[in-house]
Design a protein around this ligand. Sequence first.
Ligand code: CA
Length: 281
Amino acid sequence: MSQRAPRARILVVEDEARLRGLLRLYLERAGYEVAEAADGRAALEAVDETPPDLLVVDLMLPGLQGEALIRAIRETSDVPILIASAKRSDVERIAGLRLGADDYLPKPYNVHELVERVHAILRRSGRARVELPAEPLSFAGGRLVIDPLTRAYRCTDPAGDRVGDLGGDAGGSRHGAPDRPREGRLTPAEMRLLVALVGASGVPLDREALLRAAGGAHAETARTVDVHVGNLRRKLGDNAVHPWAIETIPEAGYRWIAQADDSAAGIGGPAGASGPAGASG
Ligand code: CA
């Protein structure tokens, strides 16, 4: 079909020299330019020096661990990250995606599969999956406000209607606890998911559609959508049983149900292939 992106630059962060060399070999054969880093600090320096188009990151590294590396990169950059790690339990995978990684490949892996995933992630990141609006979004009368550019959000739980961490807990309000708004930053994938959901104007989106929106790389990782949605809910103080923002539609997917205030009302559906290629800070 179409040709792959020309000479995209991949930074391989891996402390096992043999594996690192193998990855370089296969990625170069696939047409990529490859840079290597044997630990997290070297990786950070490499990212500063010449920003790559994608990182392959091992988590268990000497010195600065992969998790800390990803966190540091995500402070400033939306660059696609593929975790390739021997940490393979569900909990560890979820934790990795929570950091803002785009995909997760457990070790031991087939190098061909890693290369395929790199292709897929780059193909998707080259297209504008969703058009991020420039102005802050506001929902439910200001209950939730998000700046799409910085991905910073601020979410206020209405008094007497505490949701979120308490989940299905019978109680509700915590006496004496001040209603502090929760603030933080969405990961790039969470931001794109949210915009895709909002843009669907109340129509449920299935996991495939959301996976494309989030930049997932592989049908097998459709479950990562559930992880991203779970993370979003946690951040927004939403919950699956009594949702105010994201409703689960059995057999169909997820649906955005929070009323958009003026600023968020104009978000269109998923954008076409109009975006710039491979842009990342
Ligand atoms: Ca390692």
